[in-house]
Structures are given as C-alpha cells and as structure tokens.
Design a protein around this ligand. Structure first.
Ligand code: 13P
Ligand code: SF4
Length: 325
C-alpha cells in the first residue's frame, strides 16, 4: 500500500493500516507458508485486499474468478481473504472443504440490502419474471434466485435467460447497466455499493482535468451518470486486463483503491490514478496478515452454510458457472 493511500485510510475510514507488531516480524509470511502446507490450504484474495494480503495469496482475482477457482480447487482448506458472501459462495460450492474467513466481521453492506423474504415477495408480485442475483448476496437470497451473476458476466447471464422480465437484485446500478444491453425488461432492486455509488461526475471532471490523456475505466456498480463518462466499464479483473494489455499509457481507475496494487505489480509501466482516493471498502481492508496466520493456526473463523439453503444456492451459482465466458 502506498503512503498516500494508507494515510487516507487512517484519516477518513479509521481503519488500522499500521501493521501490528507481529507484522513487523518478516517471519509471519514464512509461518503462514508453513501452516498452509501443514493444513493443505490455499489462500484466495480479492483484488481489493490490502497489499500484503494480495502478496501472500496463491490466487488474486475478481468475484467470478474466485468462484471458479473455489469450485475446482483440490485442497482441504480455503482461506478466503475477502468479504463474507465470497467465503459463503466457496463454502456452498465445496461443502466438503473447510472455508476460513480470517476477518469474520468483513461483510458487504450491499448484500445486506435484500433478504430472502424480499425475493419471495417479489416473486409473488412478478410471477413471470426470472430472479438474477448478483453474487454480492447472502446464501438465502441466492437460494431464492434462478441464477447468480457477477460484474464480469452480468450481461451474458441476462441474455441467457428465457424470461423477458428480470428481477435484478440487489445492485440498482449494475441492474441499470445491464439493461442497456438487452431488450428484456430489467427491474433492479434499490441496493447499492457504499463505495461505488459515491463517485460523482464532478470527481470525473476533476480527474480528467488532472490527467487529460488518461482513459477512464469504471466498475459497473457506479451510478449511470458516472458510467456515461467512462471509456470502458469492466469488473475489477476486466479493468486490470484492459489496462495491462491496452495501448494506453495512463488510466483513471473508477473502483476501489486496492486494485492499484495489482496494477502496479502487473503493469508497472502504466500510470494508473484513482478516480477518488476515498474509494475504500472498509470491509475489504479488515483482513490482515495476522488474521490470516491466526485463521490457519486455529482453523477458525469457519464459514458454513446450512445444507437446505446451500443446495438451492448451489444450483443458482452452478447455473452461472455453466455459462462459458
Ligand atoms: P468484482 O467481481 O468486479 O471483483 O467486484 C466485486 C465487488 O465487490 C465490487 O465492489
Ligand atoms: Fe460490497 Fe462495495 Fe465493498 Fe464490493 S466494494 S464488497 S460491493 S461494499
């Protein structure tokens, strides 16, 4: 994590970014590696995780890549460095494995914006419609849905549905974005991401003034007016892929700042600027090396999903995974 970003976290989000004393001990990385072997574990991390956690992970990716990896991994233990719905998805896909979420309190506020009973009520109201659940949902909401999607495949998933009316939950902005690419009627729920929904067109104007040659790449959880200003709209890994393989040399990045670490690692020759340095997901920053170590040592906090819910949620996730990229 660079110094500028880390001071912003402390000032604005009151997040602990100064490493714990134990983290100063370079041996913690070795101890994690040893425990990983001992436990037959793999460490998966989302693109928004803090730098040190990304660096210790065996695989770093977006939600779709992480779901796919979790579904095929052949280790006994998955240590999920992300937020709860991601670990839950891994536990649903691999009930025979031990799934650990080192920061047990790391949740996605958007996923809490709709409950299973809301979906049941929607179904009564719109009996002809299909329910498409963004993967940022609880297991119970997935269980009530026909299929899941992520930001990387949402358009493809909507197009794959037979129904002409789609109840899209919970992200209003992603729902409005996918509606641009289909003739189907998309009815989005009123949920939103606290981080992406905060970007404004004024921030875009300012960033473009500072970096007039840079292309603007944003995440589809942004508001429609911000998306209208963007050169491209991608999932987190889509942004990384485009920035690293594209001809451009400079990019303004409209998603959570953790992604800048991966960009610096994968394409250090490109100049990538955050659309806003305040775009910090507090929950994604709760995982630390110390917590990864403790999770492996104690084999807790473990994420499990009750089988009666998991069986239906699994069907919705597997239907999504069966649709080829
Ligand atoms: P991605 O699937 O694009 O990584 O997004 C996950 C997320 O939580 C975005 O806020
Ligand atoms: Fe949830 Fe937004 Fe954080 Fe992603 S960035 S985990 S959608 S709160």
């Amino acid at each position: 994590m660079n110094r500028a970003a880390s001071s912003i976290y402390r000032l604005d989000q009151n997040i602990r970014t100064i490493p714990d004393p134990e983290l100063k001990n370079p041996k913690i990385r070795d101890r994690i590696q040893d425990l990983k072997e001992e436990r037959d574990a793999i460490i998966l991390a989302h693109n928004y995780q803090i730098d040190e956690v990304q660096d210790i992970a065996d695989f770093v990716g977006d939600s779709l890549e992480l779901s796919r990896t979790a579904s095929v991994v052949n280790r006994k233990v998955i240590v999920f460095c992300g937020v709860d719905f991601m670990a839950e998805t891994a536990a649903i896909l691999s009930p025979e494995k031990t799934v650990l979420l080192p920061a047990a309190e790391a949740c996605c506020p958007m996923a809490e914006m709709i409950m299973g009973e809301d979906v049941r009520r929607l179904r009564e109201q719109f009996p002809e419609a299909a329910v498409v659940a963004y993967v940022n949902t609880t297991a119970e909401v997935k269980a009530e849905s026909d299929i899941c999607c992520t930001s990387a495949n949402a358009v493809k998933i909507i197009r794959s549905m037979d129904e002409n009316q789609i109840l899209f939950v919970p992200d209003r902005n992603l729902g409005l974005y996918v509606a641009r690419f289909t003739e189907k009627e998309v009815l989005p729920w009123e949920g939103y991401c606290l981080v992406h929904d905060r970007y404004t067109t004024e921030e875009v104007t300012e960033a473009k003034k500072r970096h007039p040659k840079a292309e603007l790449l944003v995440h589809p959880e942004c508001r429609p007016e911000v998306i209208d200003c963007a050169d491209h709209v991608y999932s987190t890994s889509g942004i990384i892929q485009y920035a690293c393989s594209g001809k451009g040399e400079e990019y303004i990045i409209g998603t959570e700042v953790g992604i800048l670490h991966r960009l610096r690692r994968l394409c250090p020759e490109k100049r990538c600027y955050p659309l806003s340095p305040h775009a910090v997901c507090a929950n994604m920053k709760k995982t630390t090396l110390e917590k990864v170590f403790l999770a492996l040592e104690r084999m807790t906090p473990r994420i499990t999903v009750e089988e009666s819910i998991a069986v239906r949620a699994r069907a919705a996730i597997e239907r999504m995974l069966a649709i080829k990229e």
